[in-house]
Write a protein that binds this ligand. Structure first.
Ligand SMILES: Nc1ncnc2c1ncn2[C@@H]1O[C@H](COP(=O)(O)OP(=O)(O)OP(=O)(O)O)[C@@H](O)[C@H]1O
Ligand SMILES: [Mg+2]
Length: 302
């Protein structure tokens, strides 16, 4: 049973003076069990609209969305989901601990489990010290951390996170990436939206690129990174750079020779280098990044 199945989803909002905004147009997507799926798109692309539909917060104009085979509004579907909304807001007169207790009760957790799991997620999100203070005194990043903590509290099988790294400092961003990787290790499924391509490259199995309410591409991240290799940046020493003059030109740097070897000539380059007692000091693939691909797609849409 796939955790997420979206078929032909459309959503139109009625804007000011009755003007209709088509926020989603015929979007279909399946996310498999254990997958980390990144949902990437510019501002106003339709990411939050998709996510709100998925968690049953808004109704689609057309199409269907199912979580673990059940319609998204159904309680049985929601119980398996941890959800971080965009810009989470809380009853700010509560403390984080009180809020988590409330969330635990909503999810039907036992009292003991609420205490131990609250402690776990507060510690994970570095909120233990602040846990007994009212949320109204929290910074923006602390509110975001609490948003993530409440999504993780009942150990759900599917996490739906709308820009989880937003508003976090570099330590917090790294922490969230690690949490996503750990969730994957435990066999959980994670669906998250972001604007940050490096975050997708770091943690996602697949990425969906959305623009103007339409899914423009769904890509396997490792395929993009692999197929994108255009050549290799190398630094060598120990042999004459003239040996390679027929297809590459070297620059001298600190006693090394550096160049970019085209992908197709990599093997020949290595063989010639080693046959002439040369040594590799540094080598790095030069890839067409996901960023370049993303910008091309967005360029075509606009
Ligand atoms: N409640 C609403 N009423 C009218 N229009 C809306 C409403 N919510 C969203 N929209 C419109 O729907 C489109 C998609 O918005 P959405 O919030 O889904 O984008 P997003 O991809 O999440 O953007 P961001 O990266 O800025 O969060 C936008 O044109 C937005 O103006
Ligand atoms: Mg959004």
């Amino acid at each position: 049973m796939n955790p997420i199945e979206i078929e032909h989803l459309s959503k139109s909002y009625r804007g000011r003076r009755g003007k209709v905004v088509a926020a989603l147009k015929d979007l279909s997507l399946t996310v498999a069990l254990g997958e980390v799926f990144g949902f990437l798109g510019p501002n106003g692309a339709g990411k939050s609209t998709t996510i709100k539909t998925l968690v049953g917060q808004i109704r689609p104009t057309n199409g269907t969305a199912c979580l673990f085979g059940q319609p998204t509004g159904a309680a049985g579907a929601r119980i398996q989901v941890g959800y971080l909304p965009e810009n989470p807001t809380f009853y700010d007169f509560l403390t984080a601990q009180e809020y988590l207790t409330m969330v635990g009760r909503v999810f039907g957790m036992a009292g003991e489990s609420i205490s131990s799991e609250s402690e776990r997620v507060l510690d994970l999100m570095a909120l233990t010290e602040a846990a007994r203070r009212p949320i109204r005194g929290y910074s923006k990043g602390m509110v975001q951390r609490l948003g993530i903590a409440q999504a993780l509290l009942h150990d759900p099988d599917l996490l739906i996170l709308d820009e989880p790294m937003s508003g976090l400092d570099p330590v917090g961003r790294a922490l969230v990436k690690q949490i996503i990787l750990d969730l994957k290790q435990q066999g959980k499924t994670v669906f998250f939206s972001t604007h940050v391509i490096a975050d997708v490259e770091a943690v996602c199995d697949r990425v969906g690129i959305i623009a103007a309410g339409q899914m423009q591409a769904v890509l396997n991240v490792s395929d993009v990174l692999k197929s994108g290799i255009e050549g290799y940046s190398v630094k060598v020493s120990g042999c004459s750079a003239d040996l390679f003059l027929d297809y590459t030109i070297f620059k001298q740097e600190d006693g090394w020779w550096s160049t970019t070897v085209p992908r197709g000539q990599y093997r020949e380059f290595m063989e010639r280098l080693f046959a002439n007692d040369g040594q590799i000091e540094f080598i790095e693939p030069q890839r067409r990044s996901l960023e370049a691909l993303f910008l091309d797609i967005i360029d075509q849409v606009s």
